[in-house]
Ligand binder design. Structure first.
Ligand code: ADP
Ligand code: MG
Length: 398
């Protein structure tokens, strides 16, 4: 789960991470009120969307080509720029071409930036440790830095048994070219961010840019936090920060039915039980020249209701031109699944080719139910056969 920049800054601040003062605003009037409270003389009006690259982003309908992060010098300008951003669609490198509508703003005091640096933390699956990444190339996307100048990124892994130590933070501070009292403030900053990362079960904490101000202070000018969904149950306060408007409606709907659904860019919808089988199904669709429209794991106990919900989800994606159902009936019986598929196909008035591959308990009865349903369901015997049939059916229907 992701949260907004202003929410991340507020969480990090509680742990002792230094951030500029600011306040959230939902209207231009609120933005002006926040600006007045902050006092100025320089303010930054920042679009709050769950995507980075806002500064370099562009609003779809702003002919002047102004970005999603703007530095202004009067209260009046705060209001004017807020009005230009709120309820307008911002397109950044990370939003895709369709962009995101800005519904909240963060009005922050303008910082006197001397240097822009990068600090990130994530779980490195190879070492099983929280890894701190730092770079002098702040403000740029770390993926770009990693690609073009990987030597400019320093990585420090923290052993969970020792936790973060002075030598970790010093290594990062020196790699960032910090000196004197900055080394001490950076150590405090990094330790605080690390504590937040561990306590809140984060998957990513990214401060880009981390800045050194004219007076030598260290501040988080941007903040991104991503949380491990599996640990959210023990962080109700974090879960309350969820902004459903920023999430894919199909994925929210899927979560309601305990379906694991991830939308992809292809045209062949997949309904599979088990994450491993779902991945294998996507692979084999690609092998036969097709592109999966989604990953969908209906889980072990796929009832008729869940199968119907899954069909509706798959069909809510207008790119879908065919569906492949691939179910192994181990705990579930194939006849029950077949009944679910038939009922669901009727209920949603299925209008695209449907290929079903069933295997497992009561498979013959399951196939009989599909065959006698009167629906144009193509039955397949194995994975390869199923993938070949659905790719062919989609091509023929096009
Ligand atoms: P994004 O990464 O989405 O573009 P940032 O919060 O990193 O958004 O802002 C982009 C740039 O805007 C920063 O790199 C910094 O140069 C500038 N900026 C952001 N916040 C402030 C601030 N409070 N004061 C001065 N400049 C800022
Ligand atoms: Mg940034």
């Amino acid at each position: 789960m992701n949260i907004h920049e202003y929410q991340a800054k507020s969480l990090l601040k509680k742990y002792g991470v230094a951030v500029p003062r600011g306040g959230v605003a939902y209207t231009p009037q609120e933005a002006e009120t926040v600006a007045r409270e902050l006092g100025g003389p320089v303010w930054v009006v920042k679009s709050q969307i769950h995507a980075g690259g806002r500064g370099a982003g562009r609003f779809k309908d702003n002919p002047e080509g102004k970005g999603g992060v703007r530095v202004v010098k009067s209260i009046e300008e705060v209001g004017k720029n807020a009005a230009e951003m709120l309820n307008h669609v911002l397109v950044t490198k990370q939003t895709g071409a369709e962009g995101r509508e800005v519904k909240r703003l963060y009005v922050e005091e303008g910082a006197d930036i001397k240097r822009e640096l990068y600090l990130g933390m994530l779980i490195d699956r190879a070492t099983g440790r929280v890894t701190i990444m730092a770079s002098t190339e702040g403000g740029m996307e770390i993926e770009e830095v990693a690609h073009n100048t990987p030597e400019k990124i320093v990585k420090v892994a923290v052993d969970p048994a020792t936790g973060i130590q002075g030598y970790h933070t010093r290594k990062v501070a020196f790699a960032l070219g910090l000196e004197g009292k900055q080394v001490g403030s950076a150590a405090k900053f990094i330790q605080a961010a690390y504590q937040a990362f561990v306590d809140l079960d984060c998957a990513i904490v990214e401060i880009n840019p981390l800045i050194v101000t004219g007076s030598g202070d260290i501040l988080a000018l941007d903040a991104k936090m991503n949380f491990d969904d599996n640990a959210l149950f023990r962080h109700k306060d974090v879960e309350e920060l969820r902004d459903e408007a920023e999430e894919d409606p199909a994925e929210i709907e899927a979560a309601k039915h305990s379906l694991n659904y991830v939308k992809l860019d292809g045209n062949i919808g997949c309904m599979v039980n088990g994450a491993g089988l779902a991945m294998a199904t996507m692979d084999i669709i690609k092998l036969y020249g097709g592109e999966p429209a989604n990953f969908l794991d209906v889980g072990g106990g796929a009832t008729k209701e869940r199968v119907t919900a899954a069909f509706k989800l798959i069909l809510s994606d207008s790119n879908v031109e065919g569906i492949l159902v691939n179910i192994f009936g181990g705990i579930m019986r194939c006849d029950v699944i077949a009944e679910g598929v038939v009922a669901a196909a009727r209920e949603v008035h299925l209008h695209v080719p449907l290929v079903v591959r069933l295997e497992g308990t009561n498979v013959d009865l399951g196939k009989k139910i599909l065959a006698e349903s009167g629906l144009p369901i193509l039955s397949a015997d194995n994975l390869a056969d199923a993938a070949e049939k659905v790719v062919k059916a989609v091509k023929e229907a096009a």
